[in-house]
Design a protein. Structure first.
Length: 224
């Protein structure tokens, strides 16, 4: 199976160099950070604006950056896999999703014109199917190996607004899936009804099974 080269997915992207890993509760630092001017609404400075960077597209002061880095010193976590390995695994999973969809009779795509599913929403892969009297339906997929859970949920929330989307499928490891489920408990019922959760193992199992069945059909010359 060939995997595709990583391509630009979002309008605002940049390469990052890992400096320090850790977590710091926002409440612990909010009163010390100058870029958060309205202390009563700190979350507004951490969200992207119209699909762009957080803090209303403005850089934070170096002094604020240093306070955040210093506060992380006691909460350093184990360094995860190198980004190159995550990219390779991510692309391999997406490629399997596309092949599974094709084997199941869908038009599967990760092309930008198909994955830009709604305004401000770009997903990893899409399955499309035209059904008489129903028109076109879509299943959208997001592979989450690392990154912001909040950004993932916001992206899928926007994608779900497309009336042709029947399901928004998240693929990740079991621990992250549980975290994502917890983060979506307070969201609208309409959105939660469209959410589906699959582990990476389930994708691999489905892929291997469908490949086996395809080989079986070919061996006996099944035409249907």
């Amino acid at each position: 199976m060939n995997t595709k080269k990583t391509k630009k997915k979002y309008l605002h992207e940049c390469r990052l160099e890992e400096i320090k890993l850790g977590e710091v509760p926002l409440a612990q630092l909010v009163n010390e950070l100058s870029f958060i001017e309205n202390k009563g609404l700190p979350g507004a400075y951490l969200r992207g604006t119209h699909g762009g960077p957080a803090n209303f597209g403005r850089p934070i002061p170096l002094s604020d950056y240093q306070k955040i880095v210093d506060a992380m010193s006691s909460t350093i976590t184990e360094t995860p896999q190198r980004s190159e390995e995550n990219i390779e695994e991510h692309d391999e999973i997406v490629a399997k999703i596309l092949e599974i969809g094709s084997l199941m009779g869908f038009s599967a795509s990760d092309a930008e014109e198909d994955t830009r599913i709604a305004r401000g929403a770009v997903v990893d892969a899409v399955w499309k199917l035209s059904i008489a009297n129903l028109g076109e339906i879509r299943y959208v997929f997001e592979v989450q190996l690392r990154g912001s859970v909040d950004s993932l949920i916001l992206n899928l929330l926007r994608a779900s607004q497309n009336p042709t989307v029947r399901a928004c499928v998240v693929i990740s490891d079991p621990d992250q899936l549980e975290r994502i489920k917890d983060e979506t408990t307070t969201l609208s019922e309409d959105f939660k009804k469209k959410l589906r959760f699959l582990s990476i193992k389930e994708i691999n199992d489905a892929y291997n099974l469908l490949k086996t069945l395809t080989g079986f059909r070919e061996k006996i010359g099944l035409q249907i």
